[in-house]
Write a protein that binds this ligand. Structure first.
Ligand code: URA
Length: 434
C-alpha cells in the first residue's frame, strides 16, 4: 500500500477499507508516513467525510496504536469524561475530583489545546511540577491509590491520536466530525473506561457550530462506544459564550479551584452537575437524576471534591502550596481592562474570538509542539444578559507582551455586543444523546 493512493482515494470521495485505515494509522505511528502526507489525508477527510464504518475502523486503529488499558484488576468500574472543545472549558478539572469524591473511579486521558479551544493538559501544566506524562503503570497506580487520574496519551496510550491531534491543530483540519469522533473515542477506549460521558459543544465557540452537527457527532461517538461495550451518554451543550468567566490556562485553573471551594460561576457549576449526574447514573451510584445531583452537591459543599483535587495534584507532582494559594500561579505581567463604549445589556459574547485572542496572546500554539504561555488570557467581567454601564469593564486582558495590549483590547471589545433590550435566555444543555 502507498499513502499517496489512500490520500487520492479519500480526496476523490471513495471509502477506505478497514485494512487501508489500519495500515495508514500503523505506518503513521511508526513514523513511515510523514506529517505532510497525513495532513493531506486529514484535509481530504475533512472535505469528503467518512461513514460510520470507516469512523469506527479509524477509532479502533487509533486506540490500538499503543497500549489498551484494562483497569478491572484495580477498579471494577472506571469512568471518564470528554469535551469536544470549547472556550473557557475547564470542566474536567472540577468534574473529575467531583465524581471521584462521590466514590466513582476516574481514569481520564485528556488532550492539549486545539485551535481556539483550550486543553486540560495545558491547564494542569500551569500548576508548577504537575506531570501529565504518566507511564501506564503510574496511571494504573493513581487509579488504585486515589481513584482519580488525569493524564495525556503518554506511556504509549493512543500514540496515533497524540501525533494526529498535534498535526490537525496546525493544519486547519480540526472541524471534521469523523476525525473528532475518532480522536475522542480512541482515547476513551484506550484508557479502559467503562462509563463515558461526552460533552459535545455547539455554537460559535465550538468546532460544531450547530446543534444538528453536534447531534451527529454525539450520535457517532455514542454508537462507537456502545459497539465497544461501554456505557456512554452525551450532552449537547451551548458554547455560544465562554464557559464561566476565565479563558486561559492558569486563569482557568484559578476558576476551577474557586469552584471546588464553592465559589464557582453559575453556568459552570450547572454544567459540572449535569455531566456528573450522567456519570453517576451510568455507574449505577444513584437510581435517579435528583439523587445523583444531591450526592454531587454534597461533595462540592463538604469540601470532599476539593480534597480530591489536592490528592490528584499531589500524586501527579504538582505544588500543593500553589493551589492552596492560587495567587502563586503564573500571572501575566500586564493586566488591562476593556471598557464598554455604550450602556446596555450584553447580548452576545463571541467565544471564538476570545479563544483566538487567548491563543494569539501566547496561550495556544501556532506550530506543532510550540511552548505556550500559561499566564495569558481574558477574564470576563460581564456575561450575556448582564447590564453594563458606559465606561465600566467588560473584561480584562492578561498579556505578557505589552505590545499586544492595544490590539487585543480592540478585539475583546469587538467580541461583545451590547444592546438596549435584554437578550432572550438560551439553554446551557440542549439535549442528551444515549
Ligand atoms: N477533543 C479531542 O480529543 N479531539 C478532537 O479532535 C477534538 C476535541
Amino acid at each position: 500500500m502507498r499513502a499517496t493512493d489512500l490520500i487520492i482515494k479519500k480526496r476523490d470521495g471513495l471509502q477506505l477499507s478497514g485494512d487501508e485505515i489500519t495500515w495508514l494509522i500503523e505506518r503513521y505511528t511508526a513514523g513511515d508516513v510523514p506529517d505532510y502526507q497525513m495532513a493531506a489525508w486529514a484535509m481530504a477527510v475533512l472535505f469528503r467525510g467518512m461513514d460510520d464504518r470507516e469512523t469506527t475502523d479509524l477509532t479502533l486503529a487509533m486506540a490500538r496504536s499503543g497500549d489498551v488499558l484494562d483497569l478491572h484488576d484495580v477498579a471494577p468500574i472506571t469512568v471518564d469524561k470528554h469535551s469536544t472543545g470549547g472556550v473557557g472549558d475547564k470542566t474536567s478539572l472540577v468534574l473529575g475530583p467531583l465524581v471521584a469524591a462521590v466514590g466513582l473511579t476516574v481514569a481520564k486521558m485528556s488532550g492539549r489545546g486545539l485551535g481556539f479551544s483550550g486543553g486540560t493538559l495545558d491547564k494542569l501544566e500551569s500548576i508548577p511540577g504537575f506531570r501529565v506524562d504518566l507511564t501506564a503503570g503510574e496511571f494504573r497506580e493513581a487509579v488504585r491509590q486515589i481513584g482519580l487520574v488525569i493524564a495525556g496519551q503518554s506511556g504509549n496510550l493512543a500514540p496515533a491520536d497524540k501525533q494526529l491531534y498535534g498535526l490537525r491543530d496546525v493544519t486547519g483540519t480540526v472541524e471534521s466530525i469523523p476525525l473528532i469522533a475518532a480522536s475522542v473515542m480512541c482515547k476513551k477506549l484506550a484508557s479502559g473506561a467503562d462509563c463515558i460521558v461526552l460533552d459535545v459543544k455547539a455554537g460559535r465557540g465550538a468546532f460544531m457550530k450547530t446543534v444538528d452537527d453536534a447531534r451527529e457527532l454525539a450520535q457517532r461517538m455514542v454508537a462507537i462506544g456502545q459497539r465497544s461495550g461501554r456505557r456512554v451518554a452525551a450532552l449537547i451543550t451551548s458554547m455560544e459564550q465562554p464557559l464561566g468567566y476565565a479563558i486561559g490556562n492558569a486563569l482557568e485553573v484559578k476558576e476551577a479551584i474557586a469552584t471546588l471551594q464553592g465559589r464557582g460561576p453559575q453556568d459552570f457549576v450547572q454544567l459540572c452537575l449535569a455531566l456528573g449526574t450522567q456519570l453517576v447514573l451510568l455507574a449505577g451510584k444513584a437510581s435517579d437524576a435528583a439523587g445523583a445531583e444531591r450526592l454531587l452537591r454534597d461533595a462540592l459543599e463538604s469540601g470532599a471534591a476539593w480534597e480530591k483535587f489536592r490528592a490528584l495534584v499531589a500524586y501527579q507532582g504538582g505544588d500543593l502550596a500553589i493551589i492552596d494559594d492560587p495567587r502563586l500561579l503564573p500571572e501575566a505581567t500586564t493586566v488591562e481592562p476593556v471598557f464598554a463604549r455604550d450602556e446596555g445589556y450584553v447580548a452576545r459574547i463571541d467565544a471564538l474570538e476570545l479563544g483566538l485572542v487567548t491563543s494569539d496572546l501566547g496561550g495556544g500554539r501556532q506550530r506543532k509542539g510550540d511552548p505556550i504561555d500559561p499566564s495569558v488570557g481574558v477574564v470576563l467581567e460581564r456575561k450575556v444578559g448582564d447590564w453594563v454601564a458606559q465606561g465600566t469593564p467588560l473584561a480584562t486582558v492578561h498579556a505578557s507582551r505589552a505590545t499586544d495590549i492595544e490590539r487585543m483590547r480592540a478585539r475583546v471589545e469587538g467580541a461583545f455586543e451590547v444592546s438596549d433590550a435584554p437578550p432572550s435566555a438560551s439553554p446551557l444543555v440542549y439535549e442528551t444523546v444515549q
